[in-house]
Design a protein around this ligand. Structure first.
Ligand code: ZN
Length: 183
């Protein structure tokens, strides 16, 4: 297992549409299984709550997510480690919520981003089994941020007010110390 280099904004791979993964014999697909292990290592080392394969320069539809308890953000809803392959949203709520987001591919930047409050999706896990998720709040935002990466979209593209784009230090100085989702 290894920590991989994270692609940063400007790298064209972040703007490509990621290809679906062939699910046949995925349990025995050493390339994909090793990639997933390395993505989990990288997400944990970089202290993100999610990572998409294009962020480690693989333009395929794989994301990993995990949010363990944080003393800094006790109100944040936790979610267990998961791998989602070929995810497809089946529902977006019209109702939106705005939250401050960060991204491992835009280090040091924070932005206020409107997102659907609730989402539902279908995907496959690393064993090739179908999974269904319906959720809201922090987890729903993290899912939308990650799956955007599979479509070449980064959080600044979703911002409606670029005056709310800030470096971390200025964010702490001038904006409320609100929850930040680093994905
Ligand atoms: Zn990101």
């Amino acid at each position: 297992m290894a920590v991989l280099k994270v692609a940063r904004l400007g790298d064209p791979i972040l703007r490509q549409i990621a290809k679906p993964v062939n699910l046949e014999n995925i349990r025995d697909n050493k390339d994909i299984q090793l990639l997933i292990d390395d993505m989990i290592d990288t997400m944990r080392m970089e202290k993100g709550v999610g990572l998409a394969a294009p962020q480690v320069s693989r333009s395929i539809q794989v994301v990993v997510l995990e949010c363990a308890g944080s003393e800094r953000y006790p109100d944040r809803n936790e979610f267990p480690l998961m791998t989602l392959i070929n995810p497809v949203f089946t529902k977006y709520s019209e109702e939106t919520v705005s939250g401050w987001e960060g991204c491992l591919s835009l280090p040091g930047l924070r932005g206020l981003v409107p997102r659907s409050r609730e989402v539902a999706l279908e995907a496959y896990n690393r064993m090739g089994e179908k999974v269904f998720i319906e959720t809201d709040g922090f987890f729903a935002i993290a899912l939308q941020h990650e799956i955007d990466h599979l479509n070449g979209i980064v959080f600044v593209d979703r911002m409606t007010d670029l005056a709310k784009l800030s470096y971390q230090e200025e964010f702490e100085t001038y904006w409320m110390k609100e929850d930040v989702i680093e994905v």
